[in-house]
Design a protein around this ligand. Structure first.
Ligand SMILES: [Zn+2]
Length: 321
């Protein structure tokens, strides 16, 4: 069995991953930039559960990854008509923190200090929101891509939240931990493998390997949503007759993924499977009036799904003061 023993130099090489996911141009927004900072947290309730969305920051990502099976001119016209940039998009990073009963559940740990300069803000933003990261009892990983898992280690290579139970899909864990996977993937994907293996092997982290339907704590369960990665898990909260699903990267764009469920996404591991999963989840959320949270949707990324014939529309939740 070939074990990857990552060195500090390997970890530093992750900086080379940035060009795969982003371009150094600023994304154009519909409105001008803020003159002062904005809050990076948003809280609300679902039944008895108190939820907070906390940002890890943002990064940019090429629009060419949207609708890879469509005419690029049609995709560009779609984006322009939705007041979206047609070249470089703006990806938010919306983490869900759930307080239910005695449990405090954090979904994904963000990028940490080894990815983009514009990410890695989760721990600071938790504290600004009045949340002690060390009080987290459960950390759920939707999947092992770097923007979701690389923050698992602190600057001293220790687990960022040492006393929590860490939970990941069994299929997700097993995919990344295959023997010698790094030498079987395309060169541009090797840094993703290295980031996943390094993070899964973080000192002080013992993994609970979950199947579809896994109960994290009463009221919080996992839904297998494969395609973006094969073992991708979304997180479902049910309390007091209300429900919310944290989609992870099951959907990544709050416009195209809803209006054009037939469009495939370049970054999805199995593009057809991902589209089928999106259609299933959108149909369920619309029919059952389940709130959704998109990790990369415009902050805070919470809303509902409205059906429009064969397509859908994202309806953002009201910001409540
Ligand atoms: Zn992501």
């Amino acid at each position: 069995m070939t074990l990857i023993k990552p060195t500090r130099r390997d970890i530093l090489k992750l900086a080379a991953m940035a060009p795969v996911m982003a371009f150094p141009l600023a994304a154009r927004a519909q409105v001008g930039p803020p003159t002062d900072g904005n809050p990076a947290h948003f809280n609300f309730t679902i039944g008895e559960a108190r939820l907070t969305i906390i940002s890890d920051g943002y990064f940019t990502t090429p629009v060419s990854g949207i609708g890879v099976n469509a005419d690029p001119a049609e995709v560009q016209a779609f984006m322009a008509s939705h007041y979206q940039p047609t070249d470089i998009g703006y990806a938010h990073t919306n983490h869900l923190y759930i307080e239910i009963g005695d449990a405090k559940v954090l979904v994904d740990v963000g990028s940490g200090s080894r990815f983009f300069e514009t990410t890695g803000r989760l721990m600071g933003n938790l504290e600004t929101a009045g949340i002690d990261p060390q009080a987290v009892t459960h950390v759920v990983m939707t999947h092992a891509h770097p923007d979701h898992i690389l923050g698992i280690r602190d600057d001293f290579d220790e687990a960022i939240i040492p006393d929590a139970e860490y939970i990941i899909g069994a299929a997700e864990h097993d995919y990344w931990m295959q023997d010698d996977l790094v030498n079987q993937v395309e060169p541009e994907d090797q840094q993703f493998v290295l980031a996943a293996v390094n993070s899964i092997n973080a000192d002080g982290v013992e993994w609970t390997l979950a199947q579809d339907g896994h109960e994290v704590v009463p009221g919080v369960s996992l839904v297998h949503t494969p395609g973006h990665t094969l073992g991708h898990m979304s997180v479902r909260l049910d309390s007091g007759g209300k429900s919310l699903i944290a989609l992870g990267d099951c959907l990544t764009n709050a416009h195209a993924n809803f209006a054009r469920p037939d469009w495939l996404t370049g970054r999805d591991h199995d593009k057809e499977m991902a589209a089928a999963t999106r259609a299933r989840i959108l149909d369920m959320a619309a029919a059952d009036r389940i709130a959704v949270l998109g990790y990369h949707f415009p902050f805070p990324g919470v809303g509902h799904v409205k059906r429009n014939g064969d397509a859908f529309q994202f309806v953002p939740a009201l910001w409540q003061f």
